[in-house]
Ligand binder design. Structure first.
Ligand code: NDP
Length: 304
């Protein structure tokens, strides 16, 4: 299978590329930078979709980029880096004379309203309630294929929680303070912390790329999968487990207002609030998590 991955140079893309190549598939990355095994977004626009059996979009400015202050220009980049790239791919798929069989977008669980009690499956209704949920709405809408294209291309949206892995994502920023014994709960610590090991997210994407069985009866709407581990975890449980595995104290809670000052209140909610997200459809699809619980995931990431 030939797979085209927008933003495939990033944290999740590198893991997905490894997994697909190990299975004998060919990968081409779409990037802002030209290079071997890559095309640029400009080339996609000018030359159209290269031959591929599956397409994925993982491009997006990092929401927790520590080097960027929370301001209008950063918010604009968060939207355009996701929506423009997703639109570019969905339009190229629609215009292609030999479209891929599968088209996968990874979006986020920020579409679901944070709550200490509500549980969300892929079937849960949601409407935008803040900036990040509005981003999810526009991002997923940009991936939507018109009915003519949806007859030949299976559409999948995977809503990922915080992706945990060795060489990127949230862990990269968290490990140093935890190693130094400066780790602690964020906000109340009672908020749910939906997470997934990067290897499982790559596994769910790879599975979604597998040839679909499309029929006349297949609805022209995307199949949605929650990309989160099946174990619900709170920020307190995550903090204590990471401290236990690293053998470091975790006695320095960070109050919510400090997080809001540091990150901007609209993005601090990613860490100080959370959602109980259930991967119901993901489990029903038969996907077997390699790291279904936090202990096994963290041990793989930081060593036992
Ligand atoms: P990365 O932060 O590693 O970024 C992925 C790629 O996006 C980069 O390699 C880069 O490719 C491209 N990119 C970055 N900034 C821009 C920009 N301003 N304009 C266009 N392209 C840009 O992402 P992850 O691999 O961690 O995540 C993949 C996707 O999953 C993202 O869309 C992310 O929002 C989503 N997601 C991630 C979560 C996580 O915890 N990591 C949680 C939930 C969702 P290049 O430089 O080659 O152009």
């Amino acid at each position: 299978m030939r797979v085209l991955i927008g933003g495939g140079s990033g944290f999740v893309g590198r893991e997905l590329t490894r997994l697909l190549r190990d299975k004998g598939h060919e990968v081409t990355v779409i990037s802002r930078q030209p290079g071997p095994g890559r095309i640029t977004w400009g080339e996609l626009e000018s030359r159209g979709l290269p031959p591929c059996d599956g397409a994925v979009n993982l491009a997006g400015e990092n929401v927790l980029n520590p080097l960027r202050w929370w301001n209008e220009s950063y918010k604009k980049d968060l939207f355009s880096s996701r929506i423009d790239t997703t639109k570019a791919l969905s339009q190229a798929i629609t215009a292609s004379s030999s479209p891929p069989r599968s088209w996968v977008l990874v979006s986020g669980v920020a579409c679901y309203k944070p709550s200490l009690t509500a549980e969300y499956t892929e079937d849960s209704d949601w409407t935008p309630f803040d900036l990040l949920s509005q981003l999810c709405k526009e991002w997923e809408a940009a991936a939507f294929l018109p009915e003519s294209a949806a007859k030949t291309t299976k559409q999948v949206v995977i809503r990922a929680g915080a992706v945990l892995g060795q060489d990127g994502g949230a862990m990269k920023q968290m490990l140093l303070p935890f190693w130094l014994g400066l780790g602690g709960t964020l906000g109340s610590g009672r908020q749910p912390f939906p997470w997934i090991h990067v290897s499982d997210l790559a596994g769910i994407i790879a599975r979604s790329l597998e040839p679909p069985v499309l029929s006349e009866a297949t609805p022209p709407t995307p199949q949605v999968y929650n990309g989160v581990a099946p174990t619900i975890t709170t920020n307190y449980e995550f903090t204590k487990e990471l401290g236990r595995i690293l053998r470091r104290p975790t006695i320095f809670p960070v109050p919510e207002f400090i997080m809001s000052v540091l990150l901007g209140s609209e993005r601090a909610v990613i860490l100080t609030q959370g959602q109980k997200v259930i991967p119901m459809k993901t489990l029903e699809s038969g996907y077997q998590f390699k790291y279904p619980d936090l202990t096994s995931a963290l041990k793989q990431i930081v060593g036992s």
